[in-house]
Write a protein that binds this ligand. Structure first.
Ligand code: GLA
Length: 681
């Protein structure tokens, strides 16, 4: 069982892909239990018409499969599996453990998750029990065992889908079982109470522990809780959830050897566990993605999510397990997708390595919390634009089957460490405007607009394949990561760091001496004081570097060269942007929040120095990304603007059959996938 998280690289054994379908997977969640059986036949006929070849079933069906404890009913599922298999539609079989039945909650009230404030959550919704509840573990593995025994060698099941989105809506739980499991986890991590006291800095505010049973989960207290304790509780929770996954996965593997097992991630979601550890345990990385509908740059955020997913998958093909055909129902304003957006979104995931395009869900629910959520088959039926676009997408994916298995190569990596985000988000930071997500999006967007492909990497991972590594937000740097980053730059890497990085170690403790502790000598500077800015305050930078907001610092350079200085504001005349030669490499530092244009100039300088900025900049709104095999290149040109766009490319558009020599023309709102054999792109 994984007790200490391994977070650097995906599993070394190559993941199996699905035995079927032959081409790219297309389909979605299918919840036919909400409909009379006559509808099932109609659904399956419509699925065939749309080219759907894979559906996820059974995800919320625990009470139907086990109406009373240890009494089972598989008749309906047998029938459904028969219909799907006869129609040639493969099954991604869910375990239903994200929604225990009412009998479970009645019989085992102690398994209810408890919030940090001490409130036990009620039933009548969905969401797992406490991740550390022994009653839940027993019930979850037992229904999984029944399913795996019955369908482990069923010819229709090509994939197992454990649970649903671990971490949402239940993650941290403060119930008694969790507190006991937390103590065990801490014993394994620290060995002795002395070490725990030291790691948590318990001499501060007199928190020192004398006995293990004095240690509690960091529930709401009179003032700010111990921050190292909170961080450890987040690590513990990620691991506790992962243990739940592994327990079910191992049951399935016993009965369904060789059939891949996965669970659906929410890659960039703030509720997520530490997916670097999780991606080692799933056979195939699968992700759910929903647009932040209100944002007009939501396609850029989609790309970021997809690039992170590909990176979690170790650049092997991955599955888009869920997205939406139109509006969702759970955002503030649920903006509908406009014509063509469904295809652009789907193909952007494919461009970034997905070999499966799945939606939530096939047929829209008439009742329940999600009745206003879009679906492949809307309430209004087949006479709708959405259904027509679903049919068109099925055609497009069919034409793209040769893309399957190809990979994406990136020369730039952005460091992504959820532990650092967890720590940074705790209370009493120097400014409430510090926002790791905002900075990562800003740096990512600059590269996206340039058509520069980006991977994400854990700071402890092997970075030697990247010419440029960016740390837009790396507040926490543990010992291993510090040594790794040092080695990367020393060995000739180019490293660009944004402010409030390298501030604490793995225990949320400031390393001895000036900030940024772990990065001091790599960057060749010391920070003597943080100088957060007032709301709306702007500081000017010298040498045409623009202006900054949110943050400034009193920087004292050692070996670093000053690229730009603060002209005014609290750090006036001090360094604002620096560059340092370290070993055979170079490290840049940006100490304020530059707006997009000014940031682009710095990022492109660093990219240029790393020898990267060779591709022509795409016209505004044109997404450019290439998947390759040893013999072929597939360049996806996704035009998110209304205007026609041109881009240098030669080859044949797999979607339209058009041949291009030197320049491809992509009409506004559409997608071209230019196929060119190696040597001819
Ligand atoms: C999540 C869940 C689905 C559904 C969708 C709706 O991704 O996994 O069951 O609730 O959200 O957007």
């Amino acid at each position: 069982m994984t007790d200490v998280l391994q977070r650097t690289a995906p599993r070394s054994v190559p993941a199996p892909w699905l035995e079927r379908p032959a081409g790219l997977c297309y389909g979605g969640d299918y919840n036919p239990e909400q409909w009379p059986r006559e509808v099932w036949a109609e659904d399956i006929a419509l699925m065939r018409e749309a080219g759907i070849n894979l559906v996820s079933i059974g995800i919320f069906s625990w009470v139907l499969l086990e109406p009373r404890e240890c009494e089972y009913d598989f008749e309906w599922l047998d029938h459904l599996m028969g219909l799907l298999t006869d129609a040639g539609i493969s099954v991604d079989l869910g375990t239903p453990t994200a929604a225990p039945p009412a009998w479970f909650w009645k019989k085992y009230p102690q398994a209810r998750p408890v919030t940090r404030e001490g409130m036990a959550l009620g039933s009548g919704s969905r969401g797992m029990a406490s991740p550390s509840s022994p009653e839940y573990l027993r019930a979850a593995t037992s229904i999984t065992e029944q399913l795996a025994r019955r369908y482990g060698s069923h010819p229709g099941v090509v994939l197992w889908h454990v649970h649903n989105e671990y971490g949402a809506p239940v993650s941290e739980s403060y119930d008694d079982s969790s507190v006991a499991a937390f103590r065990d986890w801490l014993r394994a991590r620290y060995g002795t109470l002395e070490k725990l006291n030291e790691a948590w800095g318990t001499l501060f505010w007199g928190q020192k522990y004398g006995e293990w049973d004095e240690v509690d989960a960091p529930r709401v207290a009179a003032s700010v809780s111990n921050q190292a304790q909170r961080l450890d509780f987040k690590r513990f929770t990620s691991n506790a959830l992962l243990k739940c996954f592994i327990a079910e996965r191992d049951v399935i593997r016993r009965h369904a050897p060789g059939v891949p097992v996965t669970t659906n991630f929410m890659a960039t979601n703030c509720l997520s566990p530490d997916y670097w550890a999780w991606s080692r345990e799933v056979d195939i990385v699968a992700n759910d993605h929903y647009l932040v509908a209100e944002r007009t740059d939501n396609h850029v955020l989609l790309s970021m999510d997809a690039d992170l997913t590909r990176s979690l998958a170790g650049n092997r093909p991955w599955m888009l397990m869920e997205h939406s055909t139109g509006a969702v129902n759970w955002q503030g304003r649920n903006i509908a997708k406009r014509p063509g957006e469904l295809a652009r979104n789907s193909l952007s995931h494919v461009a970034r390595g997905a070999d499966a395009v799945m939606f939530f869900q096939f047929r829209a629910s008439r009742y329940g919390a999600e009745k206003f959520h879009s679906a492949m088959l809307p309430h209004a039926g087949t006479g709708t634009r959405i259904w027509r676009e679903v049919l068109d997408l099925g055609d497009d994916l069919n034409k793209l089957s040769s893309v399957k298995g190809s990979t994406v190569r990136a020369r730039v990596a952005i460091l992504w460490d959820v532990e650092s985000f967890w720590a940074q988000d705790l209370e009493w930071r120097p400014s409430s405007d510090l926002d790791h997500r905002e900075r990562i999006e800003a740096y990512y967007s600059v590269l996206w607009n340039q058509g520069i492909t980006v991977d994400f990497a854990h700071p402890e991972a092997d970075l030697s394949a990247y010419d440029l590594v960016l740390a837009p937000a790396l507040y926490l740097i543990g010992e291993k990561a510090a040594a790794n980053l040092r080695e990367y730059v020393d060995g000739g890497g180019h490293f660009l760091v944004s402010y409030f990085s390298g501030i604490v170690d793995g225990n949320d403790t400031v390393p001895a001496g000036a900030s940024p502790g772990a990065l001091r000598d790599i960057l060749g500077l010391e920070i003597h004081e943080f100088l957060p800015l007032r709301e709306q305050e702007t500081v000017s930078l010298s040498g045409g570097s623009g202006s900054g907001t949110v943050w400034a610092e009193d920087i004292h350079v050692g070996s670093a060269t000053v690229v730009s200085r603060y002209v005014d504001g609290p750090a006036a005349s001090g360094p604002a942007i620096t560059r340092n030669a370290f070993g055979r490499g170079t490290a840049w530092y940006v100490s304020t929040r530059l707006d997009d244009g000014d940031l682009a100039a710095v990022v492109l300088d660093a990219a240029g120095a790393a020898g990267i900025a060779t591709a022509p900049q795409p016209p505004q709104g044109l997404e450019v990304i290439t998947r390759s095999t040893p013999t072929d290149h597939f360049t996806f040109l996704i035009n998110h603007s209304d205007a026609d766009a041109e881009y240098p490319a030669s080859g044949t558009d797999l979607l339209t059959g058009a041949a291009f020599e030197h320049t491809a023309v992509v009409p506004g709102g559409t997608v071209s996938v230019i196929h060119a054999p190696e040597g001819n792109s």
